[in-house]
Ligand binder design. Structure first.
Ligand code: JDN
Length: 229
């Protein structure tokens, strides 16, 4: 999978070179390129923003630098992902889809966002996803890209080791579908007078599986009633 990210803060994306994704890059499972939007400007001040037409607060990102950057990066099979609070919700299902995508270009907006003609223009030739990672407002798309890439990358076969396998994940599609995980414990068996639930030490794997499912159901009903049938 190839990932291109365009941003006015390219160093914001450096954490993608660490840990799990860094290893996947080193192993050739992911190819990552980070681009500075200002490299696609031509004026002395490398201008990327202007006041909004129609008035209002803040600044809007000019379409021309974005057009030059995206023209250079996309091909007909690319998905162009634009993080924005007004986008479709980013879900585990979309992460799964991105994990099977050959090429994604992420366009990180700042200020009040990117001139809407960018999404409009590219939509007539390639898939454009305007995506929101949650109902809150960030200062720009960069932190959302870190979230989206991490969620998708760990689903690429070979990226996770056996010790960090994802079949039981909260939100995973499959056995534990749409349930959030219950509590987890490790040694020691008693810590500051708090004991690990005895059933987890019993060695009875069927009972343990049933207990975990009940815990997951109870916790989901309590804190995410929207996920319960
Ligand atoms: O997903 B976000 O909250 C988000 C906020 C901004 C953005 C992109 C994404 N660009 C400017 C603000």
């Amino acid at each position: 999978m190839k990932i291109d990210v365009v941003s006015v803060f390219p160093t914001y994306l450096e954490p993608l070179k660490l840990s799990l994704i860094g290893k996947a890059i080193n192993e050739g499972l992911i190819e990552l390129a980070i681009h500075d939007l200002r490299d696609y400007t031509h004026d002395k001040h490398k201008t990327v923003d202007e006041p909004p037409y129609g008035g209002g607060p803040g600044m809007v990102m000019k379409p021309e630098p974005w057009g030059e950057a995206i023209d250079e990066l996309v091909n007909p099979e690319t998905i162009l992902v634009i993080p924005t609070p007004s986008g479709r919700p980013f879900t585990q299902e979309l992460a799964q889809e991105y994990s099977q995508t050959k090429h994604i270009v992420f366009a990180c907006g700042r200020f009040e966002g990117i001139d809407s003609r960018i999404a409009q223009y590219y939509s007539s030739n390639i898939r454009v996803d305007e995506v929101s990672i949650g109902d809150y407002v960030l200062a720009g798309g960069e932190a959302a890209v870190l979230v989206i890439v991490e969620a998708a990358a760990r689903l690429i076969p070979g990226v996770l080791g056996n010790s960090e396998s994802f079949i039981d994940d909260s939100f995973a599609l499959g056995e534990m579908a749409a349930l959030i995980e219950g509590p987890v414990y490790t040694r020691p068996p008693v810590w500051r007078e708090l004991a690990v639930p005895e059933i987890l030490l019993s060695g009875d794997h069927e009972k343990i599986a049933n207990w975990r499912l009940a815990q997951a159901r109870n916790k989901t009903a309590e804190i995410r009633p929207d996920l319960v049938d």
